[in-house]
Design a protein around this ligand. Structure first.
Ligand code: IMP
Length: 430
């Protein structure tokens, strides 16, 4: 019936996986459209923790078809590993359950080696990437030196092109003081990956076009967050794809008219992994409290996340950048027990209020956040069944967010378990 795009409004790790998992109950298709295995969704189902990096979260629902769009960069080793792991757990992940775009680009071993070698050599100018080869893979796509997944299924073509590409990559790796890579090893491995994945490869654009016309519900699952967007994020401390909702169209091959609704995910506080400016960062015991209570350690790399108060200047900008119609608030329970909670409602620099986010990262790093302070609450939220049952402090906090952003809250996550949430309005029927 409708197509809903879910995007992160901060620097990723907003808890999109949990929201997507809840919404998949109504979704016939769950689609990834950008990023790669730099993302990691943690889902807790029946007290068991599952971390997915490439396969969309809908895989745990029997009725959903999972889709990996052309905008995703795929590390075949990781994807195959994930499929096999899921199969071991008794979850069906055949080609009727998982559709992969033939046009999605392949992360090659030299992409990972380059990512790592550059970070190692960067010294004071590290990006803090996940070292999964994401950036170098997108670079090759744009430079027209990449491999679409379909190319792995044509061994002769693949061999010829790989020889040329690898020669250049080994030259660069040597310059970066890294070991060159062996042609035969890559060739043999990737031809095998091609054989494994062949039955999954398809025209995703056509499949989704048909699905929409058959009245199916489609859920687009954004990875990372708005301020890691290659164009609109805190450049250069960003990822290498567009993370905003508009890219859901390019990343699968559908037009903007096919999207009916955009749901922005807002964590009740802010986190960031890797380098880059973060105006509301707390480097004191409050930051430590949020990290420990919220379990803020990277799902992909295990790195401790930097933590701070919720920055509504960022989120309001995300509402504009993605055309967000409604939001879901995640991890509200993490704030329980605090005497007071702060919300950033503006930035100042040299005593002047800023109208928009500075594009030069060092300027954003120098702003002074303007805060509103709220009274906290002590109650545990996990068993709350309606908005009215929430403690007054939480209600005030949420009402202020809604009014500041000018968009309604559709969902509130109140604990890590699958059932700990309040669904105020269902996005597919909105
Ligand atoms: P890359 O995407 O590995 O190139 O990393 C670029 C930046 O994006 C680094 O700061 C990473 O920590 C960050 N990043 C990439 N993926 C995620 C994610 O899923 N969550 C949070 N940060 C991410």
């Amino acid at each position: 019936m409708s197509a809903v795009v879910v995007v992160g409004t901060q620097w990723g790790d907003e808890g999109k996986g949990k929201v997507v998992d809840v919404l998949t109950e109504k979704a016939d298709y769950v689609v990834r459209f950008q990023g790669g295995n730099n993302a990691g969704h943690t889902l807790v189902i029946n007290k068991k923790k599952h971390i997915l990096h490439l396969v969309p979260s809908g895989v745990f629902r029997e009725h959903t078809t999972c889709v990996i769009g052309n905008g995703v960069v795929v590390d075949p080793e990781v994807l195959i590993g994930e499929i096999e792991e899921l199969k071991k757990e008794g979850i069906k992940v055949g080609p009727d359950k998982l559709l992969i775009s033939e046009k999605a680009h392949t992360i090659m071993p030299y992409h990972k080696a380059l990512d790592m070698a550059r970070e190692n050599k960067a010294k004071g100018r590290k990006i803090g990437t996940t070292c999964r080869g994401i950036g170098p893979c997108y670079e090759d796509k744009v430079a027209r030196k990449g491999f679409r997944l379909v190319e792995l299924t044509y061994p002769d073509h693949f061999k010829e092109k790989l020889r040329v590409v690898l020669e250049e990559k080994n030259f660069i790796l040597k310059y970066l003081d890294a070991e060159p890579l062996n042609f035969d090893e890559i060739y043999e491995k990737y031809v095998e990956y091609g054989k494994y994945l062949k039955e999954y490869l398809t025209d995703v654009s056509l499949a989704l076009w048909n699905a929409k016309r058959q009245g199916k519900n489609i859920l687009f699952e954004g990875a990372q967050g708005t301020f890691l967007d290659i164009d609109h994020g805190t450049y250069p401390y960003v990822t290498s794809s567009n993370t905003v909702a508009g890219n859901a169209c390019c990343g699968v091959g559908l037009g903007p008219k096919e999207i009916d609704m955009v749901l922005g995910i807002v964590k009740a506080y802010t986190t960031r992994v890797g380098e880059g400016p973060f105006p509301t960062e707390l480097k004191d015991e409050m930051g430590e409290f949020l990290r420990e209570r919220g379990g803020e350690f990277g799902a992909t790399t295990g790195r401790p996340r930097r933590c701070g108060w919720l920055d509504l200047v960022l989120v309001k900008t995300a509402v504009r950048l993605s055309g967000i119609n409604a939001i879901a608030i995640t991890k509200l329970d993490v704030l329980s027990g605090l005497d007071s909670i702060k919300l950033c409602v503006g930035y100042e620099t040299n005593g002047k209020r800023l109208e928009s986010i500075p594009a030069a990262f060092w300027e954003l790093g120098n702003v002074t956040p303007v805060y509103e302070e709220f009274k906290g609450w002590k109650e545990d939220l996990s068993s709350v069944k309606s908005f009215e049952e929430l403690p007054q402090g939480a209600k005030d906090y949420l009402k202020f967010i809604e009014e500041y952003l000018g968009v309604p809250i559709y969902m509130i996550s109140t604990g890590p378990e699958r059932e700990n949430y309040l669904l105020l309005k269902e996005p597919f029927s909105a």
